[in-house]
Design a protein around this ligand. Structure first.
Ligand code: MN
Length: 252
């Protein structure tokens, strides 16, 4: 089996190093990942800039392709140029920081997995909740088990799941839950500061909103220390409203 491993934290990020170690033996691993951190670039691609590709020694006997581009660029380049035989599985991560709620839309980690699904290949995004003592290897071993179960379920062409692992420092997760993506975002604010030339600049900051009622979601289940699995799709159409919007009777 051929596996494409990518991420948005960068090709040398410890989450990807741990994921490579954990996936060893599951298949032939090709690493194609950004040379610089690309978190929160979403599904952007490079149109007005060239995309440089560097064959890189990853320092532990492995090599990979470092891409000066976005996670979606990495997957496109892998499928169309770098991998002579298309992969059977795309694994994006392990990301440092959860990708739940509306973060899913900002996430480069998730975008890389969506891109793999665009090509009809089963794809998995994996993220680990941030904490003071981050256990990348422990989380990557958990992720490997879940990836194997995903494959054993014969997920079908373009099947896409978003996996989030709670911080492991308080102990092992309570279990695994398949839950929908929360619609919750962040309590955001802009931190306004002054630069040495007296100009005001802004830095986005905030805290995640935690569910307080309603159905269980990726946000609430992760907060309750469950590993979450969320099947995703990229058809953003609001199918339930198609009829109502047709009834608005737009005309020229
Ligand atoms: Mn990231």
């Amino acid at each position: 089996m051929r596996i494409l491993a990518t991420n948005d934290d960068g090709i040398m990020a410890p989450g990807l190093v741990a994921m490579r170690r954990a996936l060893a033996g599951l298949g032939d691993l090709t690493v194609v990942a950004p040379t610089t951190p690309q978190s929160a670039v979403g599904h952007s691609i490079s149109l007005t800039e060239p995309v440089l590709c560097h064959r890189m020694d990853l320092g532990d006997g492995a090599s990979g392709f470092g891409i000066e581009g976005s996670p979606a660029d990495c997957v496109k380049l892998a499928f169309l140029e770098l991998m002579p035989d298309r992969p059977d599985l795309v694994v994006s991560g392990l990301n440092l920081g959860a990708n739940v709620g509306i973060n899913v839309l900002y996430s480069g980690t998730v975008a890389a997995a969506v891109e793999g699904a665009f090509y009809g290949v089963p794809s998995v995004a994996v993220s680990l909740e941030d904490s003071d003592a981050v256990d990348f290897d422990g989380a990557a071993r958990l992720a490997r088990r879940l990836v194997e179960q995903f494959l054993a379920a014969r997920p079908g062409p373009g099947a896409l799941v978003n996996i989030n692992i709670p911080a492991l420092s308080p102990g092992p997760p309570k279990g695994v839950k398949v839950v929908p993506q929360s619609m919750k975002g962040w309590r955001e604010k802009w931190d306004a500061r002054r630069d040495p030339r007296g100009r005001t600049y802004y830095w986005i900051t905030g805290d995640p909103e935690v569910e307080d009622e309603g159905a269980e979601t990726d946000v609430s289940a992760l907060a309750a220390r469950y590993v979450t699995v969320t099947p995703l799709r990229w058809d953003l159409t609001d199918h339930a409203r198609l009829g109502a919007v047709r009834a608005w009777d737009f005309r020229l």
